[in-house]
Design a protein around this ligand. Sequence first.
Ligand code: C2E
Ligand code: CA
Ligand code: CA
Ligand code: CA
Length: 291
Amino acid sequence: AKAAGRHRYAMFSAELNRVAQDRLKFETALRNALASDELQLHYQPQVCLSDGSLHGVEALARWRHPEFGVVPPDRFIPLAEEGGFITELDHWVLRRACRQLAEWRAQWSRDAGADPAAASAAIPHVSVNVSPTSFCDRRLPGLISRTLTAWGLAPGDLVLEVTESVLLDAASGGLATLGEVHRLGVGLSIDDFGTGYSSLSYLHRLPVSELKLDKSFVRELESDEGARALACAVMGIGASLSLDVVAEGVETDAQRTILLAQGCEVAQGYFFARPMPAAELTAWLRSRLAQ
Ligand code: C2E
Ligand code: CA
Ligand code: CA
Ligand code: CA
């Protein structure tokens, strides 16, 4: 069955490559995906290491093609970039994630008879990945502000995850968005922190609220002293600039223990939970709160 799956995927990859060459066809496929619920969001918990409480959830896009099965975002995000479609996709994700957060909270209040404050505390925020192209698009702040208002959410309920490249290139237009997003009060997280050729000087100048320690370092925590040193340095930067640091890709208890010893406060990874559909996350939350 595994070989068959691989074969199917190889065929699909070949198909995707062919489709990618035909921009119009790809646009149509993705438009259909957006319109037909082929595109979905999964949500992965971010867990506070000290007490196990929920820090937030990250929304991750999934494409379930009726014939070819689940297409990983590492495949379709770059194709959406190339096809000039990424902003439409990111906007869809943003609206959907905000709607979901509002629904979770409403459901939480109903079920538990909890007041809205308790419902907010149960899921403090949703993080959404924004590609550089979408971040530099001048329509983003307006869309965010309208979406938050539509779902009765506060700016602090939303965190945007961007890679540092958009903040380093002053010409990209990312800095303009950054100012507006900051004025709105929305959180800004630097994704894959520690990879790429970064200059750290932007960190204290720009309204960044969170760093995500890249999973490539987390993976090597046990085996590589350099990775441990780098993780430790990132915790130090976070502490001295009052930024949240979220370690991503935590898969083992040993990694969790090292991170905790380094002063890491929040972690995300298969060790805690995989990304899951919204309904599963609701069940996951319930079972934890019942403990
Ligand atoms: P990312 O933002 O760095 O997301 C983290 C990736 O690590 C996710 O892969 C997640 O499923 C995976 N992951 C989580 N825990 C673990 C773990 O313990 N071990 C390992 N090995 N991996 C773990 P995913 O969902 O396949 O997404 C891949 C990338 O696609 C994301 O990387 C992000 O850059 C991009 N992406 C996903 N959704 C969106 C979206 O809605 N918009 C945009 N622009 N990009 C997205
Ligand atoms: Ca991310
Ligand atoms: Ca990341
Ligand atoms: Ca990534």
